[in-house]
Design a binder for this molecule. Structure first.
Ligand code: ADP
Ligand code: ZN
Length: 606
């Protein structure tokens, strides 16, 4: 492959410029260095090994845990004219033979392979006679038991460094705290690797949290406020809830389907495929859905229930907007869900594990309760700091109303004191609201001076007050022992009336406070009708070729086409995402639509 990596980026992939860090990473791998790449989802990790694969002699072996992802990646590469194949258990015998023949003939630039295939003795034997340009290990956190997605098959990959001492090795992941990071490096023998750790921020995702009221109506209102072609994922915690929500969406006339581990393999892959192919608008899923999807134009992710920790939440919301266009992450946050999630954790595992998980859940609740910029809280959790408020979350866009909560805080704090600092939130709220529960009466807590002094407020409001008191340091919550609340020294002046306190009023209004974002990145104006015509053409071509539409062109590419209206090959090539191969294959069809459309506006040059 002649030329520079930048030329390859332009001619093969059709992109104009590298994203942050891509160029250094690519240069290092081309020089033969080992690399560890930590980049958020959608950051553009694939090009970090795909371009070096075209610049180094031999075939690049790419290890990926999921068969479904391999196929999409290979389809996308082939659509750009790159010689790529995959080799895994989904291939029929004849297909597998064909792929191996290409491998031996030196007819491949990239081969995607499942870890257990790669590390099988017979395959390793084959590789002895084949020049290898590099090894890329995608989703490298799967090698670590500290990570949240450990795969025993990945452990074998630790031998690669010794078996192929001269071949550069590249490990890539989007999720790794510092412990997992060290573990990956150690297990893969990457002690000499250059580490590239890019920021975790996903500025195109808008984070919104609303109080969960009538969640299904809130979801419907949210969907109604968005363009009908926008697709997304709704996550719920239980299979039952997934089925219920999906069913109600279908009844409301929305193309939706459920996805969870209880469905058969066939059904699950049908749902996944329909979603990839833009035939489903909404997939309602448990956490099982997502690892295997690579759809770049997921426009929204809704959490119908609170996720168990910030890591999962960030990973799940990260599936929105991989194409860099504006995307939405909406969390419906209900007090009752916290209790359910706590119960789930307390029922399983060993006490030590539970303690950690409860702490993580608490951090998640802290995020949902935050009255400061959401992105600051999220990034802060991953030990990254943001210089200023993000301007693209609900708190920034619509700051919560504050009220003088001195009296409520005093009531809550004295009630914590009166129950002997030996009970959690639920019980404190029961006492405040004068509950007649058996347990409360048995304890004699109906005789406390704080019994029933907070009847006028709902449990949700009291929950909000108590949690804010925890976040602000007036109360401590002992997660290792049932979330028992205790006063801190800071509570004193407040109790004595020497200090006034303002808290955020819980948001109770239904969704749609946030206007649907303008679709175009960089706010370019484009013709919606033309965009729709280009989408239909894309869908037609994709169905003929048997690939998901985004393999043909991404939404960002179609938007640029609809904005700049190229009318000849030369100007079409200037659109991001149009490389030489795709120009040859699809250029004619798209130009025909572009030339034929309305004819009103003269083609603008970019
Ligand atoms: P990751 O693996 O980090 O989640 P991908 O490699 O799938 O991310 O890239 C995400 C999206 O960004 C893809 O649609 C990809 O084509 C696009 N992309 C990557 N690099 C660039 C670039 N330099 N310019 C424009 N688009 C890019
Ligand atoms: Zn913000």
């Amino acid at each position: 492959m002649p030329g520079t990596p930048l030329e390859t980026l332009r001619t093969v992939f059709g992109y104009h410029a590298f994203r942050p860090h891509q160029e250094e990473i690519i240069a290092g791998v081309i020089r033969g260095e080992d690399s560890f790449v930590l980049m958020p989802t959608g950051g553009g990790k694939s090009l970090c090994y795909q371009i070096p694969a075209l610049h180094r002699p031999g075939v690049a072996l790419v290890v990926s845990p999921l068969i479904s992802l391999m196929k999409d990646q290979v389809d996308a590469l082939q659509a750009n004219g790159v010689r790529a194949e995959f080799y895994n258990s989904s291939l029929a015998e004849r297909e597998a033979q064909r792929v191996l023949a290409r491998l031996h003939q030196g007819d491949l630039d990239l081969l995607y392979v499942a870890p257990e295939r790669l590390m099988g003795e017979s395959f390793l034997e084959r590789l002895k006679d084949i020049p290898i340009s590099l090894f890329a290990i995608d989703e490298a956190h799967c090698v670590s038991q500290w990570g949240h997605d450990f795969r025993p098959d990945y452990v074998q990959l630790g031998r690669l460094r010794e078996l192929f001492p001269r071949v550069p090795l590249l490990a890539l992941t989007a999720t790794a705290d510092s412990q997992t990071r060290t573990d990956i490096i150690r297990r893969l023998g990457l002690t000499q690797a250059t580490c590239h750790v890019t920021g975790f921020d996903r500025p195109n995702i808008r984070y919104t949290v609303v109080d969960k009221q009538k969640p299904f109506n809130q979801l419907l209102a949210f969907l109604a406020g968005r363009p009908p072609e926008d697709a997304g994922i709704v996550y719920a915690l239980s299979r039952k809830r997934v089925e219920e929500v999906a069913g109600r969406l279908v009844a409301a006339g929305i193309a939706a389907a459920p996805y969870h581990a209880g469905l058969g393999d066939g059904e699950r892959s049908r749902v996944q495929e329909a979603f990839q192919r833009d035939e489903l608008r909404v997939v309602v899923a448990t956490v099982a859905f997502g690892m295997g999807i690579d759809k770049p134009n997921v426009r929204f992710v809704v959490h119908y229930d609170i996720p168990k920790n910030i890591e999962s939440y960030y990973q799940e919301t990260g599936r929105a907007g991989r194409d860099g266009l504006p995307a939405e992450a909406l969390l419906l946050f209900g007090y009752g869900d916290i209790v359910v999630a706590r119960g789930l954790i307390e029922n399983g595992g060993n006490p030590e594990q539970n303690r950690i998980e409860l702490q993580k859940l608490n951090a998640m609740v802290g995020f949902a309760e935050a009255v400061t910029c959401r992105r600051r809280v999220l990034l802060g959790y991953f030990s990254e700091s943001l210089g200023e408020d993000c301007g693209n979350c609900d708190v920034c866009l619509d700051p919560p109303e504050r009220f003088d909560a001195t009296e409520e805080a005093q009531k809550a704090l004295s009630c914590v004191y009166r129950v002997g600092q030996r009970f959690g939130m639920g019980h404190v709220i029961d006492v405040l609201r004068g509950s007649r529960s058996q347990r409360l009466l048995q304890l004699g807590h109906d005789r406390l001076s704080t019994y029933g002094i907070g009847r006028e407020l709902s449990s949700e409001v009291w929950g909000g007050v108590l949690r804010q008191l925890v976040h602000l340091g007036y109360l401590e919550q002992d997660l290792a022992s049932y979330g028992v609340l205790k006063l801190t020294a800071a509570a004193r002046p407040l109790l004595r009336g020497e200090e006034r306190l303002h808290l955020a009023r819980p948001r109770e209004k239904p969704v749609t406070p946030v206007k649907p974002p303008r679709r175009a990145a960089g706010n370019i104006a484009y013709d919606e009708g033309l965009f729709q015509s280009l989408r239909s053409l894309r869908k037609e071509l994709a169905d003929t070729a048997g690939v998901p539409p985004f393999v043909i062109f991404g939404d960002a590419t179609l938007i640029e086409m609809a904005a700049f209206r190229p009318t000849d090959a030369e100007s079409l090539l200037r659109i991001n995402g149009v490389g030489n191969h795709k120009l040859g294959r699809y250029g004619g069809a798209f130009l025909e639509v572009l030339r034929g459309y309305g004819g009103a506006m003269p083609g603008r040059e970019r």
